[in-house]
Design a protein around this ligand. Structure first.
Ligand code: NAD
Length: 471
């Protein structure tokens, strides 16, 4: 599917729509839109049977207006240059949108990871890192990868280890990649961050009574029906947080098929069923759908595509029956389909905002690596003591006595995970307000995506102004 629709053209169509609302010079807009550097590589790896296979891979740095550049690495057999460039552009706009001080980048390795053993995957990852290093496409101050579709903490730890072996003198070497396991310099909360951000962002969108009334919905997440496509890192955690907030999961889709149950699906039980049977199909009490993509057409309040790009297209967008489409994946809706959904009164919460939780917490991980100290280590005990003193003063004044359990409940200082989640929530809440304010500035004419792009373009333009490159 991604071969038929040029993904970078889709991103640029969104960009152009937003740029028309701004007054920036044409040359500046062209510079922002262009993908600055692309490194295409081919390298050999030895397979377990001793044969040699040549692997194709890319790294695109869309914009270096802020350094380092930042963006995930995707392992998928469909990876191509157009896709990597499009995803790197989305990273530029995403970082600007949520005020994370990075330029945009993205990497991709064209492999079907299911066809490789763990040791082969390790050799591919280490060789890819070496190629990036040789050409100056990785480093804590240059370009910092992260997980994306088909990669996770294990690949990130191989990248960090390879980079550190090549740069023994670099005291900040661990900051060359984010999404690492905690023991290898990761930060607590990163694994769940994108899905948690999807939840926070949707919750914000659902908190405005006027916006919800236009959709015929009440405010809040509780009681809303949700369909999720893709149960990987992003989709699974989004499903978990929506369920915990009282939403009802009525449809779930994976690449092998889709299931529907209007009474609600228990995400943990579905995952356990999939682990046992290798499929979400035939889940007790649920109905199997004929095609995976049928899940996108189920009636629901919130549809969360969390798999890949170009899933909602001109071909199927008129059959979408959700009231809100929350783009957890990158580029799940084509530009034309997005416009059509808007005309039909469906709210689309755009990817560049909604899935920005991952890069936000990656930013926190990078800061942790550069500061060489765990968040909360300096202040946790100090704050606990201050709260205890305050509680003692309140007890003295009121004559009431609290139990030690109650005091501990009120007076515990923040852990690293508390601080990370609070920083993530703050980012998602304030960024949504910025999108709404921008939309209001333009008489509520642009949709949320266009408004988010305008925010991003304005932010990047200011940086170019600060650099003195454009008047
Ligand atoms: P993942 O590899 O962990 O999971 C993706 C899941 O989608 C897999 O389980 C896969 O089997 C499933 N899938 C593939 N094709 C499908 C289809 N047609 N229908 C239903 N399911 C399908 O990947 P991820 O990290 O969760 O990334 C998913 C999306 O979110 C991608 O677009 C990625 O770019 C985006 N994203 C990821 C992060 C992150 O932190 N991982 C951050 C921002 C955006």
């Amino acid at each position: 599917m991604s071969g038929e629709i040029k993904f970078f053209d889709q991103v640029n169509a969104h960009f152009d729509r937003a740029a028309a609302y701004t007054k920036h010079p044409k040359g500046l807009l062209e510079q922002i839109r262009e993908c600055n550097s692309v490194y295409r590589m081919a390298f050999p790896i030895e397979k377990d049977d001793g044969s040699i296979e040549v692997i194709l891979a890319w790294r695109a740095e869309h914009s270096q207006h802020k350094l380092p550049t930042k963006g995930g690495i995707r392992y998928d057999w469909r990876v191509n240059e157009d896709e990597v460039k499009a995803l790197s552009a989305l990273m530029t706009y995403k970082c600007a949108m949520v005020d994370v001080p990075f330029g945009g980048a993205k990497g991709g390795v064209r492999i079907d990871r299911r066809k490789y053993s763990e040791s082969e995957l390790e050799r591919i990852t280490r060789r890819y890192t070496y190629e990036l290093f040789r050409k100056g496409f990785i480093g804590p101050a240059v370009d910092v990868p992260a997980p994306d579709y088909g990669t996770g903490p294990k690949e990130m730890s191989w990248i960090a280890d390879t980079y550190q072996a090549l740069t023994q003198e670099d005291v900040n070497g661990l900051g060359c990649v984010t999404g690492k396991p905690i023991a290898q310099g990761g930060v607590r909360g990163r694994k769940e961050a994108t899905g948690r951000g999807v939840y926070f962002g949707t919750r914000e969108a659902c908190s405005h009574a006027g916006d919800m009334a236009k959709l015929g919905l009440s405010t809040g997440i509780e009681g809303k029906t949700v369909v999720i496509q893709g149960l990987g890192n992003v989709g699974y955690y989004a499903a978990k947080f929506f369920s915990e907030a009282g939403a009802r999961l009525v449809g779930l889709a994976e690449y092998e098929g889709a299931i529907h149950d209007p009474n609600g699906l228990d995400i943990e039980k579905v995952m356990a069923h999939r682990a046992e049977t290798k499929s979400i199909l035939d889940f007790p009490g649920a109905k199997n759908l004929a095609k995976t993509s049928d899940a996108l057409e189920l009636e629901c309040d919130i549809l969360i595509p969390a798999a890949l790009e170009n899933q909602i297209t001109e071909e199927n967008c008129d059959r979408v029956r959700a009231k809100i489409v929350g783009e957890a994946a990158n580029g799940p809706t084509t530009a034309a389909a997005s416009e059509r959904l808007y005309q039909r009164g469906i709210m689309v919460i755009p990817d560049m905002y909604l899935n920005a939780g991952g890069v936000t917490v990656s930013y926190f991980e990078w800061l942790k690596n550069l500061s060489h100290v765990r968040f909360g280590r300096m202040e946790k005990r100090f704050e606990e003591r201050a709260y205890r003193k305050l509680l003692q003063a309140v007890q003295n004044m009121t004559g009431k006595t609290l139990t030690e359990d109650e005091i501990r409940g009120f007076a515990s200082g923040p852990s690293e995970e508390d601080l990370v989640n609070s920083g993530l929530e703050e980012t998602m809440v304030t960024s949504y307000e910025r999108i709404r304010e921008k939309r209001a500035e333009h008489g509520d004419r642009p949709d949320l995506r266009t408004a988010a792009f305008i925010v991003a373009i304005d932010m990047i333009a200011v940086t170019y102004g600060d650099l003195g490159i454009f008047p």
